[in-house]
Design a protein around this ligand. Structure first.
Ligand code: NAP
Length: 255
C-alpha cells in the first residue's frame, strides 16, 4: 500500500528539478501523476520516466500556468485522462534577478505572473473539483528568498505573496476538506541555482560547495529533500496542518 494509491497528483513545472523530484515521489508511492510544463514534449518525456506503480498512469501536459485558458484546459485534461484530481503542487517558477534600480517592469510582471498568478489560476481551476469531492491537498512552493534576498525584489515579493495566498486558502478551503500549505526551500541543486551560478560567473560545483559550507547542515539540498516534505503535507497524515509554510533549508535562515 502506497500513501497515494488511487490519488491523482498534479505538479506544475515538473519536467525537471524540484517538480520532477516531487512527481517521482508521488509515483513511487502509488499516485497517478500529471506533469505540467511549458513544453509539452519535455513534460511527456518526463512523464514517461516516472516510476509508476501498477495501475497508475502518467501524463505530460504543455501549459503556461500564467495563462487562464491554458490552465483551465490543462486541469480538464488531467481530470479526463487520469480520472480525477486530488493533489495540486504549484511548483512552476522562474527567476529574473536584478538589483531594483535595474529591474525592468517586464521582469517584475513575468515573475509575478508565473509564481503568484500561476498559483492562483491553477488553484482556482483545481478547487472546483476539490470542493465537489470534499477532498484536496494543495502545496505551494515559496522560498527562503521570501525573507528578502539581494537582487530578487520580484521573486522575494512573489514568494512571500505565496505564503499569504496559502494562509488564505487554508481559511477559505478548510471547511471543504482541503488542506493548503507551502514549502520554502533553501538552496536546492537544480538548473535554477545553476543559472544563478552562471549569472554570478561562478563554476556550478564551486557555487554549490560555497553554499554547502555556509549551511548549518553543511550540504546543499536536493529535489528529493523537497519531495519528501511535499509528500508529507499532501498526505492524510498532515490533515490537521493547513495554512503553514515549512522551511526546508538545512537551517539556512536560522542565524
Ligand atoms: P527549475 O529547475 O528552473 O524548473 C522550473 C520548471 O518550471 C521548468 O521546467 C520551467 O520550464 C517550468 N516553468 C517555468 N515557467 C512556467 C510556466 N509559465 N508554466 C509552466 N511551467 C513553467 O526550478 P526548480 O529549482 O526546480 O524550482 C522549482 C520551484 O521551487 C520554483 O517555484 C522555485 O522558485 C522554487 N524554489 C527553488 C529553489 C532552488 O534552490 N532551486 C529554492 C527555493 C524555491 P522551462 O524550462 O520551459 O522554463
Amino acid at each position: 500500500m502506497g500513501r497515494f494509491d488511487g490519488r491523482v497528483a498534479v505538479v506544475t513545472g515538473a519536467a525537471r528539478g524540484i517538480g520532477f523530484g516531487t512527481a517521482t515521489r508521488f509515483a513511487e508511492e502509488g499516485a497517478s501523476v500529471a506533469i505540467i510544463d511549458l513544453d509539452e514534449s519535455a513534460a511527456a518525456e518526463a512523464a514517461g520516466r516516472l516510476p509508476l506503480v501498477d495501475g497508475a498512469k502518467a501524463v505530460g501536459i504543455g501549459a503556461d500556468v500564467s495563462n487562464g485558458e491554458s490552465v483551465d484546459a490543462a486541469v480538464e485534461r488531467v481530470v479526463t485522462e487520469l480520472g480525477g484530481i486530488h493533489i495540486l503542487v504549484n511548483n512552476a517558477g522562474i527567476t529574473r534577478d536584478n538589483l531594483l534600480f535595474k529591474m525592468t517592469e517586464q521582469d517584475w510582471d513575468l515573475v509575478m505572473g508565473v509564481h503568484l498568478k500561476g498559483a492562483f489560476l491553477m488553484t482556482k481551476a483545481a478547487q472546483k473539483h476539490f470542493v465537489e469531492q470534499k477532498y484536496g491537498k494543495i502545496v505551494n512552493l515559496s522560498s527562503v528568498s521570501a525573507l528578502g534576498n539581494r537582487g530578487q525584489a520580484n521573486y522575494s515579493a512573489a514568494k512571500m505573496g505565496v505564503q499569504g495566498f496559502t494562509r488564505t486558502l487554508g481559511i477559505e478551503l478548510g471547511p471543504f476538506g482541503i488542506n493548503a500549505n507551502a514549502i520554502a526551500p533553501g538552496f536546492i541543486a537544480t538548473e535554477m541555482t545553476d543559472a544563478t551560478a552562471a549569472r554570478l560567473k561562478m563554476d556550478v560545483e564551486e557555487f554549490r560547495k560555497l553554499n554547502a559550507e555556509a549551511n548549518p547542515v553543511r550540504r546543499v539540498g536536493f529535489p528529493e529533500d523537497i519531495a519528501a516534505a511535499v509528500a508529507f503535507l499532501a498526505s492524510d497524515e498532515a490533515s490537521y496542518i493547513t495554512g503553514q509554510t515549512l522551511y526546508v533549508d538545512g537551517g539556512a535562515k536560522l542565524g
